[in-house]
Design a protein around this ligand. Structure first.
Ligand code: KIV
Length: 273
């Protein structure tokens, strides 16, 4: 059992995640990219925090996940790790740091683990990255797979629409899931695929399957935290349930602050030394 050194809180491990699947308890997962947000969602009871390369979109304002670098991912990951006492922290290996070169994949994974203190890495793809997955695992680094809509391949797909609706792509996805399981991945993310196919994958492999836009018959769910809190604008896919409207709350608070400063109402006497 792993315990957070200063809190006695029992940490989530790959073993605990597997037990959750085995007993039918759903796994909750959200992204985070910084110390403060990670601390909030960790103390709210999230099981897995993903330091996603979606940081490229929501933190840096890029159109895709492709530009973010390994150094930038490590910066975000180390900030998250410092805020987390219980959750299992997974970090995306960014585009260009693992595909097609298993030595580089291993080097990237080791840098993430060593420099951030995270607990696992995530990679996108199936058969084509099998060697990289095996190499990373050989160093004792847990690997989460990611199939379906894999945003690092957006220029191959051309659009962000639902993947694997046709039989051929669905069959390849099932085969890829089996390959990832056989390779030793501890879990797989399935993004934006038909719910029926996701259910089949979750029944076919024994490791946890976490869905985003993949229906409810999988072992857990993941969302981008900025999307579910209503911070991002104009991103409203069908699969997204918005749990708060922080954009409006922040806008209102800032408008009030500006008004108070202009009106010389802030700071008042009790807020001054
Ligand atoms: O980068 C990310 O946020 C992700 C999730 C969408 C699963 O990969």
């Amino acid at each position: 059992m792993s315990v957070h050194p200063s809190s006695n809180i029992k940490r989530i491990t790959t073993h605990i995640l597997q037990e959750m699947k085995n007993r039918g308890e759903k796994i909750s997962m959200l992204t985070a990219y910084d110390f403060s947000m990670a601390g909030i969602i960790d103390s709210a009871g999230i099981d897995i925090i993903l330091v996603g390369d979606s940081a490229s979109n929501v933190m840096a304002g890029h159109e895709t996940t492709l530009p973010i670098t390994l150094d930038q991912m490590i910066y975000h990951a180390s900030s998250v790790v410092r805020g987390v006492k219980r959750a299992f922290v997974v970090v995306d290996i960014p585009f260009g740091s693992y595909q097609g070169n298993s030595s580089e994949a291993l080097r990237s994974a080791i840098r993430i683990m060593k420099e951030s203190g995270a607990h696992a890495v995530k990679v996108e793809g199936g058969a084509e990255i099998k060697e990289s997955v095996a190499r990373i695992l050989s160093a004792g680094v847990p690997v989460m797979g990611h199939l379906g809509l894999t945003p690092q391949s957006i220029y191959k797909f051309g659009t962000y629409t639902v993947r694997a609706k046709e039989e051929e792509e669905a069959n390849k996805l099932i085969e890829d899931a089996k390959i990832l399981e056989e390779s030793g991945c501890f879990a797989i993310v399935l993004e934006k695929i038909p719910a029926k196919l996701a259910k089949k994958v979750a029944e076919t492999v024994s490791i946890p399957v976490i869905g985003i836009g993949a229906g409810g018959d999988v072992d857990g769910q993941v969302l981008v935290v900025h999307d579910m809190l209503g911070i991002t604008q104009e991103f409203k896919p069908r699969f997204l349930r918005q749990y708060a409207d922080l954009r409006s709350a922040i806008t209102q608070a800032v408008e009030e602050y500006v008004k108070d400063v202009k009106a010389k109402d802030f700071p008042n006497e009790s807020e001054s030394y």
